[in-house]
Design a protein around this ligand. Structure first.
Ligand code: SF4
Ligand code: SF4
Length: 154
């Protein structure tokens, strides 16, 4: 349920969606290492407070590494959908765990689902909702539910 914050409210999520609409010759949905890289956000979740405690960040100000990092992230947002959510966001790492609990769970009617894959094709997190409706990667944007021609996802 709390994951709705990522799919429906987070302005940075909307910014990433908007940037991903910018045309690019070849968009990337997934790649070798994508699944492993998604654990990086849990490392960020653990490392962030430690770095804060050790005052490693200092004052936020425009510096060459920050500009390079932001430019790389902007390019990634054009190339693939929601890269920050997939790989870096520590808030999403925590909120994703709520997908496992009621009332935030999705259910797929396996009797009516034809496994057409229409839900997977619109998924901005590039998961397969008809196979893993309660993946912790799902941001609960609801696009798969809307796209399913027979309303098999509830
Ligand atoms: S779009 Fe609906 S019918 Fe098609 S695979 Fe997804 S849940 Fe099943
Ligand atoms: S599985 Fe559905 S609700 Fe979750 S991110 Fe993908 S399209 Fe959105």
């Amino acid at each position: 349920m709390l994951r709705l914050l990522c799919g429906k409210i987070c302005p940075f999520g909307y910014l990433q969606d908007w940037m991903n609409k910018i045309p690019f010759p070849k968009k990337v949905r997934t790649f070798k290492g994508d699944k492993v890289l998604r654990y990086l956000k849990f490392a960020v979740l653990i490392a962030w407070p430690v770095a804060e405690e050790l005052s490693l960040f200092g004052e936020w100000q425009m510096s060459a590494p920050l500009v390079i990092g932001l430019t790389a992230l902007a390019l990634l947002c054009i190339l693939t959908s929601r890269p920050f959510c997939k790989y870096l966001c520590p808030v999403g790492a925590v909120l994703g765990l709520f997908n496992l609990l009621p009332p935030g769970r999705y259910k797929v009617n396996s009797d009516s689902c034809t496994k057409c894959g229409a839900c997977s094709r619109v998924c901005k997190m590039d998961i397969e909702p008809y196979k893993t409706p309660n993946s912790i990667e799902c941001v609960r944007c609801g696009k798969c539910k809307k796209k399913c021609p027979i309303s098999a996802i509830s």
